[in-house]
Each structure stands twice: as C-alpha cells, then as structure tokens.
Design a protein around this ligand. Sequence first.
Ligand SMILES: NC(=O)c1ccc[n+]([C@@H]2O[C@H](COP(=O)([O-])OP(=O)(O)OC[C@H]3O[C@@H](n4cnc5c(N)ncnc54)[C@H](OP(=O)(O)O)[C@@H]3O)[C@@H](O)[C@H]2O)c1
Length: 324
Amino acid sequence: MSKILRYIERYIFFCLLIQKVIDIMIIEMYYNVDMTSLQYKKRGEIVKQIKLRENVFIPEIGFGTWKLEDQELAKNSVLFALQLGYRHIDTAMSYGNEEAIGQAIKESGIPRSEIFLTTKLSNDFRGRDATFRAFEQSLQRLQTDYVDLFLIHWPSPKKYRDHYKELNNETYKAMEELYFLGKIKALGVSNFLIHHLEELSTQVPVSVNQIEFHPYFTDWETIEYCQKHNMTIEAYSPLGRGQILKDPVIIKMAEKYQKSTAQICIKYALQNNIVPLPKSQTTKRIQENLNVFDFEISEEDIQILKSLNKDDGKIGSHPDYADF
Ligand SMILES: NC(=O)c1ccc[n+]([C@@H]2O[C@H](COP(=O)([O-])OP(=O)(O)OC[C@H]3O[C@@H](n4cnc5c(N)ncnc54)[C@H](OP(=O)(O)O)[C@@H]3O)[C@@H](O)[C@H]2O)c1
C-alpha cells in the first residue's frame, strides 16, 4: 500500500514539474521574455517579502496600476506581472481597474493567499458608513473577501478640506473595525505628511505610508519620521513617471552597473528600505522592473542619487492643496 502511495506521490510531483516547465515555455514564447534572467525558481520566490508591523508579509516590489484604465490592458498587464512573479498589486478605487485586477487574479490561478493586494479609499468617501460601503464595493469588484492593505488615498480631499481631521479619524476607526473583522490585514495611509499622521488617533497603528519617492523627490523628513515609528514606506512614481529616466547622472550610473535607468531607480528605493511600485503596461519593462536582484548600488552612488533631490522635483500634487 505504501509503495502505491509513493508512486502516486512521485507521479503528482512529476506532473507539477512538467506543468511548471510548460508554464515557463508559454510565457517565454508568447511574451518573448527570458525567464532565466529573473532567476525564476518557483512561483512567488522572486521577490523577497518584508514584515509589516501586523506580522503581515509584503513583497518588497509591488506592481503599480494607475493609468491602466482600459480593462483589457489592465487585466493582461496584471496577469502577465503575476505570471512573471510579481505577488504584490497596488490599485485604488479611483483607478477604475479593480474589476480587471480581480479578474486577472482569478485567471492567474494563483491562490489568493499568495498575492498581496492593496486598494485605497477614494476622496469621495469619508466617515464610517461611506467607508464601509465603498470598501464592500471594492471587495466585490476585486472578487475577494479581504484586502491585504487598505489605504486612505489622500489626507485632505478638496470637498472635505474644512473638517478633514475629524473625518480622517472617523474613517480610520471604520478601517480598524474592518481590520478586527479580518477583512483588512494591514492598515495604512497615502500622501500623509507628518502633521496628518500626528492628527490621526489610532488604536491599530498605521502600518504603511505610500508617498511619492524617486531620485528627484525624496521627502526625507516624512520618511525618517515614518521609519522611526515603524511604518513601512511605499514609493509611488518610483520612476518619476518615466520623466527622470533620461537624467545624465542616472544614465551614467546605469551604464556603470549595466542596468537600465529604471532599474537604478527601483534599486534606489529598495536600498533605502522603501517598497517601490513601478507601473508598466509594456511586457519587456514589466520584466525589467523585476530584474533588480543581481546587483547592489554602492553607498557612494546612493549618495550621488540622493544629491539629485530637487526643490521642484515633486511630480504629484501637494497633499495639503490637491485640487481633488
Ligand atoms: N498613492 C498615490 O497617490 C499614488 C500616486 C501615483 C501613483 N501611485 C501608485 O504608484 C504606481 C507607480 O507610479 P506611477 O504610475 O505614477 O509612475 P512610475 O511607476 O514611476 O512610472 C510609470 C511610467 O514609466 C514608464 N516605465 C515603466 N517601466 C519603465 C522602464 N523599465 N523603462 C522606461 N519606462 C518605464 C511607464 O510606461 P509604460 O507603462 O508605457 O511601460 C509609465 O509611463 C502607480 O501605478 C500607482 O499604483 C499612487
């Protein structure tokens, strides 16, 4: 009897192995990418996971999805990213692509528990009831019963600016309720400056602050404050939306390390203990942006990248004055 079981076990193992090889061949042929350059070992092993304060693990690179508004493009880009090994997807109610992302996750066949999924409360919703309602709608669109990380997208929506502090507190309390119900695994905010964080009274401390970060814009004051208070920083627009990739200093550095300028920017975030969320809808770039684990930027070069920080380097809106 035990001999038969051993044969069955080997047979299953052999089938899984063949399936994996076929998977890789299909991806390589269909998308014309070289999986070996990603040091592909087994699904989900490409990107290291780091621990958030709630003991939840987050893959240290996420896949950004802003501007992926076309549903088919969004679905295919996320599906391709998941097939390549991304396990962390960043979306938001306001991106209009939660349905496509839910569908991509479903079609990927990857267990939900292996994917770290973030969405954000849009500026239209504040307060307890609206937060619950909006959150449930997001879950439905995403075809899931929980999210790994839920963020207040912006601290001070234009329409609530005169009483945003009370509303943020009420909203965050609702998020804590959802956290205690197990529907949110980690709580966070986005675009919060130090004063917004200090205005927030919390029972479950903020775990993540997602802010703009790239060589032209680094808000060290907020980053140091968050890191000191055990919050993980996520970098949005880590490639400066593509606008900083022609910088001559970054180009020279890319040549030195035989990497692309995008890879230098992604590595710059990682080496500052910041989780980058590069977005791309181009298969080659989606792959390139994950292929950053075979080099290290020297401390001297990190300092050179730090020196590129500019007073007018911010591309996104100012959290206190955003016009939406
Ligand atoms: N919390 C917030 O308020 C907030 C704000 C902004 C963004 N985010 C999040 O952060 C994510 C990333 O930020 P982002 O979308 O603003 O900008 P980004 O990731 O810095 O840059 C995206 C741009 O860079 C291009 N690109 C990507 N990889 C490239 C490569 N290897 N070489 C050359 N060009 C490349 C993309 O073009 P293609 O797509 O054409 O390849 C796209 O135009 C967003 O998608 C979103 O999830 C959050």
